[in-house]
Design a protein around this ligand. Structure first.
Ligand SMILES: Cc1cc2nc3c(=O)[nH]c(=O)nc-3n(C[C@H](O)[C@H](O)[C@H](O)COP(=O)(O)OP(=O)(O)OC[C@H]3O[C@@H](n4cnc5c(N)ncnc54)[C@H](O)[C@@H]3O)c2cc1C
Length: 422
């Protein structure tokens, strides 16, 4: 400290070393090459949570409401992700994907999805049973949509590449550093971490499953809470990998923000089926038995959760049953590939989604970014945020007050992203 002024060790302090924190650091380093940037990650490696436990799909942007941030960022992100992988030699494949209807009752919803994809400007095509069989011989379906620009990648590898770039740009990367407390003051932020106190001009919260708590710690009102939804996967045994050539998705339930159990050929050649969506009893609870009293009590005492539970009682119960019963999980798989049997799949990893539940009981579908006085908080970055990570990073930098590390022109007050349209 010098007089009344706090010494700024950093211009930008980023909380969270997932794909969004590191893409933001990379975008900041590109925009402000002389800025002093630090990324704080509580785990001992990058991409330890959502980013490292996802389906590895480079989404095309089929599902998202035209005009939403998701629609905008997914399409641009699909291109920038593929270009990034090409430029940095990261294994990826633009293998295309099928969304298939297996029953007449799904045809209306499939048509709506097709119209949405067209409205989003995507090069999708409707295909019939013959072409479906040609592309995926083991799938039985009556109609489908083919999306040629969907691809696959390992997002952990992408995130590690972002981290290398941030280091080359001169950014500081602090693993094993948990952010515990944040104080915004007139000319910056003071951040207490498990490895010491940091002072900065500006903070960017990309804390995923803890983003609401980090925002609260900075004194920012979010009008939402993160509710953790675990997504469990099965993996096919090696002899059955031939059942899936690329990516096979069902027609999703339009009232639910998740895509339904699908088959994914991963970039390492393994084939995964999942994820389901069950309420996790711990924010970073990857196993069914994981439980945190604090996390669980927070959900149970949040009135919005009970509004949500009222609306989705049926779906919620079905998901819980499917999580408990392999036979039910396999039944979801058999809707797409009838010949798959329980003995063909074994349980594999799980991921936990950080899903924002708004105070009014709605599951926030779109990305949500909230401004504090000396901070920006990414409070809802669900799928396809990994696909869109380069675009989200750039958008966060564009959202910053004018050169915040050089002067103090600031956004004031707390503002819910107006663009967060449903
Ligand atoms: C099951 C599943 C499947 C998905 N499939 C896809 C897909 O196929 N394609 C796609 O595009 N997207 C997919 N997604 C979404 C995608 O993975 C996420 O949108 C993306 O990874 C979000 O990145 P993030 O950096 O915001 O969060 P995270 O990766 O969760 O990173 C947040 C980081 O912040 C750290 N952190 C939290 N609190 C603190 C603190 N106090 N101090 C320091 N560090 C802290 C955490 O340890 C964590 O590493 C999927 C997600 C899940 C869960």
């Amino acid at each position: 400290m010098v007089g009344a002024h706090i010494m700024h060790n950093y211009d930008f302090i980023i909380v969270g070393g997932g794909i969004i924190g590191l893409s933001t650091a990379m975008a900041l380093g590109t925009r402000y090459p002389s800025a002093r940037i630090v990324v704080c990650e509580k785990e001992s490696g990058w991409a330890a949570h959502q980013t490292g436990n996802n389906s590895g799909v480079i989404h095309a942007g089929v599902y998202y409401k035209p005009g939403s941030l998701k629609a905008k960022f997914a399409q641009a992100g699909n291109r920038s992700m593929v270009e990034f992988c090409q430029e940095h030699g990261i294994a990826h494949e633009v293998c295309g994907k099928l969304i298939v209807a297996t029953e007449q009752s799904e045809l209306d919803q499939l048509e709506k999805l097709f119209q949405r994809a067209i409205a989003n400007g995507l090069p999708v095509r409707k295909i019939g049973p013959a072409e479906i069989r040609e592309r995926e011989p083991h799938v039985r379906a009556i109609a489908g949509i083919y999306s040629p620009t969907t691809g696959i990648v390992n997002y952990r590898q992408v995130t590690e590449a972002y981290a290398r770039i941030v280091a080359q740009q001169g950014g500081e990367l602090r693993l094993n550093t948990r952010v515990d407390a944040i104080r915004e003051h007139a000319d910056g932020v003071t951040v207490e971490t498990s490895t010491g106190t940091l002072n900065g001009r500006f903070l960017i919260n990309c804390a995923g499953l803890h983003s609401d708590r980090v925002a609260q710690a900075a004194g920012v009102q979010t009008r939402m809470k993160i509710v953790p939804f675990r997504g469990e996967y099965f993996e096919t045994v090696p002899e059955k990998r031939h059942l899936v050539k690329t990516l096979i998705y069902p027609v999703p339930n339009p009232n639910f923000p998740f895509l339904g159990v699908h088959f994914t050929r991963m970039i390492d050649g393994t084939v995964h089926a999942g994820p389901n969506a069950v309420l996790a009893l711990k924010r970073e609870g990857y196993r069914k038995i994981d439980f945190s009293l604090r996390d669980f009590a927070e959900v149970m005492t949040y009135p919005a959760f009970w509004k949500l539970a009222g609306k989705f009682m049926d779906e919620g119960l079905k998901e819980m049953l499917r999580s408990a019963s392999k036979a039910l999980f396999v039944k979801s798989m058999q809707r797409l590939i009838p010949e798959i049997q329980a003995r063909d799949v074994i349980p594999t990893h799980a991921g936990v989604r950080a899903q924002a539940l708004m105070d009014d009981g709605t599951l926030m579908d779109d990305f949500v970014i909230i401004d504090g006085k000396r901070s920006i908080h990414v409070c809802n970055a669900p799928s396809p945020a990994a696909t869109a990570s380069i675009e989200i990073g750039k958008a966060i930098v564009a959202r910053l007050p004018d050169q915040p590390h050089l002067n103090s022109t600031l956004h004031t007050g707390v503002q819910l992203a107006a663009e967060a349209v449903r």
